[in-house]
Design a protein around this ligand. Structure first.
Ligand code: SAM
Ligand code: SF4
Length: 317
């Protein structure tokens, strides 16, 4: 921990060590649980510049941030994405990761291989091209699948994120577990969250992780792995060799162990995915960071806030 690391510990003893940076809100897919068909995105001029992002992040790393993940919207849609990664690669962090839909990933892989960004969480909600189209509203299954397999072959630490929804893709649950075993790629099943566009169909679509586990246990054994205390997923080794996890954001939120802060595309630091309150760090002097961080961390809820003011793609899922 840095000498200033105590600024990152809240009154419940949670130490903030992870930073999730949302680079933009725009996206090239329209996943039905995330975005409306015709979303309105913020103007590009509002995005924090590479320099701002780099400076802010450096200051946060000096205060104790150890892991950084880039997200959005779709982070690969920023034309200055590689520049951002090069800047962040100079920081002394344990882990630099990316959450992406992988539509634009393949051409970036060769460049990324020579950076610190080695952890790729790729969203894939179906193993079937037609169902992929239904869920994402874009015909891009093979592009995404090719990128996933190429990334794995090149040695990146790849994980797949699958939002499971009743009547949409729950019939593919076992196929995903099989796929995980075949390709040696961990798959994490996300409970769909009752936010944004999902609110109107949440009751119809929500599938708790306990049901997913019960479905799988009819044929397979699930052996619990030891997760880090601030892990957001509950992970298992399956008897067929697969590695799977469950992200139980609705049925069993991980707030009590949360170690995460969020940076919005505009350069505002926020305590939680479910809070709109934040502090703009773009113009803040380094000596004012500890007080700003202490104020943000004090706002962090200890349990799940029932109402989420902004859609996921705007704050960064
Ligand atoms: N576009 C990138 C992607 O899809 O990987 C990064 C941003 S996306 C908002 C980050 C993650 O949030 C994705 O894994 C996505 O599936 C998840 N997500 C978005 N809306 C969600 C919802 N209503 N419930 C659960 N997960 C959701
Ligand atoms: Fe785009 Fe990711 Fe949201 Fe899908 S989940 S619409 S890929 S931001």
């Amino acid at each position: 921990m840095s000498a200033l690391g105590h600024h990152m510990i809240d009154k419940h003893g949670r130490r903030m060590r992870k930073l999730r940076i949302s680079l933009l809100d725009a996206c090239n897919l329209r996943c039905l649980y995330c975005m409306p068909e015709h979303p309105v995105f913020m103007p590009q001029k509002d995005w924090a510049s590479v320099k701002d992002m780099a400076r802010i992040t450096r200051n946060l790393v000096e205060l104790g941030i150890e892991e950084i993940r880039l997200t959005g919207g779709e982070p690969l849609m920023r034309r200055d994405f590689v520049e951002i990664v090069h800047e962040l690669s100079t920081l002394p962090v344990k882990k630099l990761g990316l959450t992406t839909n992988a539509l634009l990933l393949a051409p970036y892989l060769q460049v990324l291989q020579h950076t610190k960004l080695q952890h790729l969480n790729i969203s894939l909600d179906s193993l079937n091209a037609e169902n992929f189209l239904r869920i994402t509203r874009r015909d891009a299954f093979s592009t995404v699948m090719d990128a996933i397999l190429t990334a794995k072959a090149l040695g990146f630490a790849v994980k797949v994120n699958t939002v499971m929804m009743k009547g949409v893709n729950d019939h593919e649950l076992s196929a995903f577990v099989e796929w995980s075993a075949t390709h040696r790629i961990p798959v994490r099943f996300l409970e769909v969250m009752n936010v944004g566009v999902m609110k109107s169909q949440f009751q119809e679509r929500f599938l708790p992780a306990s049901n997913m586990m019960a479905m799988l246990r009819t044929d397979l054994q699930l052996n619990r792995l030891n997760d880090k205390p601030d892990s957001t997923s509950r992970n298992f080794r399956v008897s067929n060799g697969a590695k799977i996890g469950f992200i139980t954001s609705e049925s069993n939120p991980f707030c009590a162990g949360c170690s995460r802060l969020r940076l919005t595309p505009k350069g505002q630091i926020r305590p939680c995915l479910f809070m709109e309150e934040g502090i703009d760090l773009k113009l803040l002097a380094p000596e004012d960071y500890p007080a700003a961080l202490a104020a943000i961390i004090a706002m962090k809820p200890i349990g799940r806030i029932p109402h989420q003011p902004q859609p996921m793609y705007q704050i960064g899922g």
